[in-house]
Design a protein. Structure first.
Length: 128
């Protein structure tokens, strides 16, 4: 056996697909779950704000409303509506006339279309 070949026993991934096998434990034993920054921040939002009779969550909402309405921060307002209602869908299709069906023309039809296109371009150039 060559030095660069390694045999891995108890591998949690399928050697062919590279996907995890059923029963994959995920983390190694003994790994401690540490709260993520946003989880900690979320918990802090429910604490009372210093010197106030309301929570940081309410203070944050008030600050956001002030920036959107009083200060007129349009980018924040746009972000709010996109988060609330979802970002507007962008059309990805470029074929808006045939819906994917093939166009077939006779030679006469193709010549007629070409003449109209060339004629429109020629008359546009003459008017410049």
């Amino acid at each position: 056996m060559a030095d660069d070949e390694k045999i891995v026993e108890n591998s949690w991934t399928d050697p062919i697909t590279g996907k995890f096998k059923p029963g994959n434990p995920g983390k190694p034993k003994g790994t401690i779950h540490k709260p993520k920054f946003l989880d900690e921040l979320e918990e802090m939002l429910d604490e009372l704000a210093e010197g106030k009779d309301y929570t940081y969550r309410l203070a944050l909402k008030k600050q956001i409303m002030k920036r959107m309405i009083i200060d007129g921060d349009t980018s924040l307002l746009k972000e709010y509506w996109q988060q609330r209602d979802g970002k507007p869908l962008q059309r990805q299709e470029t074929d808006i006339t045939t819906r994917g069906e093939k166009l077939t023309f006779t030679d006469e039809q193709a010549k007629s279309i070409a003449k109209r296109l060339i004629g429109n371009n020629a008359s546009a150039k003459e008017s410049d």
